[in-house]
Design a protein around this ligand. Sequence first.
Ligand code: 4AD
Length: 456
Amino acid sequence: TTKAEGFVKVTNPIPDAKRIDLAECPKNLGQPIKVEGWIKHVRRQGKNLIFIDIRRRMETLQCVITGQLAKTEEASQLTRECCVRLFGTLHEEKRAPGEVEMSVDFIEIVGPSPVDLEDKLNRDSNPEQRMNQRHLDLRSDDMGCLFSLRAKMMAGFRTFFQQRGFAEVTPPTIVKNSCEGGSKMFPVKYYEEEAFLTESSQLYLETMLATLDSVYCVLPSYRAEKSLTRRHLAEYTHMEVEMAFYDFEDLLKFLEDMLVFVTNYCATEAKVELAKLNPGFKPLTGSFRRMSYAEQIQWLKDYNKQHPEDPFINAETGKEYEYGDDVPEKPERCMVDTIGEPILLHSFPKELKAFYMKPSATNPRETESVDVLIPTVGEIVGASTRIDDYQELMDRYKELGMDTESYYWYNDLRKYGSCPHAGFGLGVERLLCWIGHRDHIRDACMFPRYMGRITP
Ligand code: 4AD
């Protein structure tokens, strides 16, 4: 040990220490080890004692630095988010996270972290400041748990699809055609042509049915939403599925099976994350409550009778909701929150839904469509069977005044070997909000895009 520039210098007594993962700490008590990680907190007590918590892969290790080592230049550089390599030994310590503590013998600063970080982001930062510093905000324990949960949830979906023999495909996201009506599409200049960012990959998924039978994709969809709500993003992760020879009943059953599987997968594979984010989480079971659109309208009328002081009123008509009205987010969420369980809301009138939806066999004014609603979030899935008859599709385009030419490739699917089929789209961030118990969809998206936000 020598003194230079006011700092004590220490040489590494255990340069060959074994590198371990933080999760392996309890198995390596008493052994010389080295670990790497980012500093979560620093606590200095006097000149000779420093406690730091380091983080890596959601694990935390408490480390203690004493004596001469606490007076080194490296020790003076220990700050929040500094990346370090620490050499030392582990011992039991009941008061430390995981009941293990490291006595540090040598410090290597891998990536220093200047103290101005505190001005950018701290415990008291408001949501807007957090979004401006999202690249740093993502390092919090909370975000670590949430994005780990997301990764496991997606693994759950892929496991489920693999078990059923579904193939993952990647349709283009720069497109010419609208899928959901197009009013909310972002235009892009595509060389000299006008194109759009896709609002759904569904039409392209349908092209793969005759090739692979049942397909899915996990891709961004874009919606130029003008309203800033708790559940709308301008770019979201859309998990879409298309299945040949599925009728409406098959589709409803599939949605139930999938959501039961994935929520149970999360409950077993993401125990640690859920314990922190949503300890009361109960995976879904059995079959879900079914409710028709007509019954929803009746529910809202009954609600108004019971709450004359604060009824739900259609802003456009100034009256209560009637059959044929588009029910917006607020009354819909109130309904599912009151009922308190997932709902398969089905049989929407055709004027409220997209061109490709098959009319119901019993009531041609309605479609074989279904939204999955869940408490606290609302709609997470939009699904339907698709028109598979060529002439019927042509008639529908005409009814809606749509151009048929640019859909020539989609129309050919009905011309050459059409088959009955069904599919759906699920908003990944919305489902994550529910499982991870988040209030706002912005939290559930890595770098959320919404009106007014394009950075970072
Ligand atoms: O109901 P949507 O618009 O359905 C479709 O796009 C169909 N073509 C899907 C299909 O059948 N392949 O959107 C499906 C889901 C919604 O239920 C919702 O969960 C999510 O996508 N979603 C959004 N999520 C976040 N931000 C937005 N702006 C969203 N718009 C839709």
